[in-house]
Design a protein around this ligand. Sequence first.
Ligand code: TMP
Ligand code: ASP
Length: 237
Amino acid sequence: MKGDLLYEGKAKKVFKVENNDTHLILSYKNDATAFNGEKKASFQGKGRYNNLISSKVFEYLHGKGVTSHFERCLNDTEQLVQRTTIIPLEVVVRNIAAGSITRRLDFEEKTPFNPPLVELFYKNDELGDPLINDDHALRLTDITEQELQQVKKDALAVNQHLQTFFKEVGLAIADFKLEFGRNVDGAIVLSDEVSPDTCRLWDITTGEKMDKDVFREGTGDLLQVYDNILKRLEAAK
Ligand code: TMP
Ligand code: ASP
């Protein structure tokens, strides 16, 4: 049974599970934010899309042997996960240039990165999630050098799986963000969500952007795009 609210983020609420210290319930909200919270809106049904899409992604990754916090999807907007303490790092993997890297550095949008590029950002709203290097990560979090190298390796392995997963439904994954958490045993596992909020997904045939960029850039209907992704994934499996 769902217990007390533990934490509320921009896109999700985290609840305790009654009489259980090892699991949490993630509840996906309808809110969308962009540019570090500067742009905000609410979309009726967005929480359902992200919950169902992220659940499918984590189920697929589980089948590929990727250890994560995900236990199971509970209903339209909620999932049961193992309790973890999130390491405040955003691990971004880029296959094709888009977003902040095109502004920060002189990469033209759509420039391919082969091998894929891994970037670390410090998850800190007040600082605006700055780009950091490995040495910063070791000093800003409790992650060890060995764990950090493993996290980056895991992120690249997840990238391989996500490329295959989305390619089957006609989508290229340009980039995405992962978060890792420490579970009750002290091990680091993939946590948070993988959804069109946290990935850039481009239609392989038309190049159309099918992710939160339609909201960030104001170029399309977020609900329509997220619905399209869920329908493709449901049709495929
Ligand atoms: P960026 O181009 O803004 O650095 O984003 C890279 C990827 O990471 C993109 O797929 C969106 C995702 N992302 C998040 O999920 N949360 C964030 O706070 C940021 C900055 C990016
Ligand atoms: N910066 C995030 C994004 O654009 C969201 C946010 O911080 O509000 O994806």
